[in-house]
Design a protein around this ligand. Structure first.
Ligand code: ATP
Length: 360
């Protein structure tokens, strides 16, 4: 099922503009994630698509049919909420089969389908329990199962894994991805968890303050963010921003020319350098020198936080340059190091507008 959104806007009665003119085309079978910080309008956008909110402006079409004024029940979408909204007086099984039996399916067939889905979700032993006797994560899986057994033409999922512990979350993430690759049911997924978005999605739409900042595949979002907001929001630990200048088509930073960091034009630029694109060298041989202030272990790598020397006004907003270092590379707090950049991977942004100089 293809979904097309044109100039969609929502202003609530109290004046809050939650969605400010969104254009988005979601292809049949696509997994698209709406990603952004708390309050950026993700849930509202999803509820508008589901028909649970009325837009102030704009249109929504499903498979070419304008559904802007059509009831939620007639849109053939299944919504999974962050809060599970299960019927408390029914067992997990009854919650999962209700949508099927109301539609005319026999109880036995509906139960069989629900059991099959429950096995996938690891809740087959819980089917006779009522929601009050399930943990939050279990309830969330029942809610997910209830949407999945219906086999709708489109899933709308609002943080459906938010109540699971980390292990279960990873497992369910893998299951969701596998299911989507098998069935290719169009899915619009809301999360503020960038790892989840990058792992699950065919494309990610990054939102901020009710507007779309970038829509692209996960690799492009990470490697070629459209602006400083996206660059900063994506990636953990965060990208480093440095003040620089563009001269004759290449970036200058700390008085050094990065021949491979190229963009057309000239003037003040902001360089965006991911921690893994910083290379620690011998003092004096990088672009600038610094002192390792502290480190944070991140599993297979260590993040070294370096205080650059003679670097007034070089770093934007933060004090340190963060570099990702292999755990086996010896690093010493207080040691002096040279800081080099993988210049071809550096992102360049217009210092005034924050827009990428590399996109397009
Ligand atoms: P979160 O990740 O915290 O769930 P979100 O990106 O999903 O956030 P929304 O729930 O879409 O954000 O909210 C967008 C903005 O609209 C927020 O400022 C929120 O306070 C506001 N908002 C949401 N629902 C209403 C409402 N019914 N009335 C007034 N304002 C609302």
């Amino acid at each position: 099922m293809a979904v097309s959104i044109k100039q969609l806007a929502k202003q609530f009665r109290d004046g809050t503009k939650a969605v400010r003119g969104i254009d988005l085309d979601i292809a049949d079978g696509e997994f698209l994630t709406l990603l952004g910080p708390s309050g950026c309008g993700k849930t509202t956008t999803l509820r508008l698509i589901a028909g649970l909110e009325e837009p102030t402006e704009g249109t929504i079409s499903i498979n070419g049919r304008d559904v802007t004024n059509i009831d939620p029940g007639d849109r053939d979408v299944a919504m999974v909420f962050q809060s599970y909204a299960l019927y408390p007086h029914m067992t997990a099984l009854q919650n999962m089969t209700l949508g099927l039996t109301v539609g005319g399916m026999s109880k036995a067939e509906a139960a069989e389908k629900a059991r099959e889905t429950a096995r996938l979700l690891g809740i087959e032993k819980l089917l006779e329990r009522k929601p009050a006797k399930l943990s939050g994560g279990e309830r969330q899986r029942v809610a997910l199962g209830r949407a999945m057994v219906r086999r709708p033409a489109c899933y709308l999922m609002d943080e459906p894994l938010s109540n699971l512990d980390l292990k279960r979350r990873e497992h369910m993430r893998t299951e969701l991805k596998r299911l989507h690759q098998r069935d290719r049911v169009t899915t619009i997924y809301v999360t503020h968890d960038q790892a989840e978005a990058l792992i699950l999605s065919d494309r990610v739409a990054v939102l901020n303050e009710g507007t779309i900042q970038q829509v692209a595949d996960p690799i492009t979002i990470y490697e070629r963010p459209a602006n400083i907001f996206v660059a900063d929001f994506i990636g953990s630990p965060s990208i480093n921003f440095l003040n620089g200048e563009l001269r004759d088509g290449a970036a200058m930073v700390a008085g050094r020319r990065l021949e491979e960091a190229r963009a057309p034009g000239s003037g003040r630029v902001t360089l965006g350098v991911r921690p893994e694109d910083i290379i620690l060298e011998a003092p004096g041989s990088g672009v600038l020198d610094g002192t390792i202030d502290f480190t944070e272990p991140y599993g297979g790598v260590i993040i070294a936080f370096i205080l650059p020397q003679n670097a007034d006004g070089l770093i934007k907003e933060r004090e340190h340059i963060a570099a990702s270092v292999d755990v086996h590379q010896p690093i010493e707090i207080g040691a002096r190091v040279g800081i080099g950049f993988r210049a071809s991977r550096v992102n360049l942004f217009d210092a005034a507008t924050g827009d990428s100089l590399l996109s397009g």
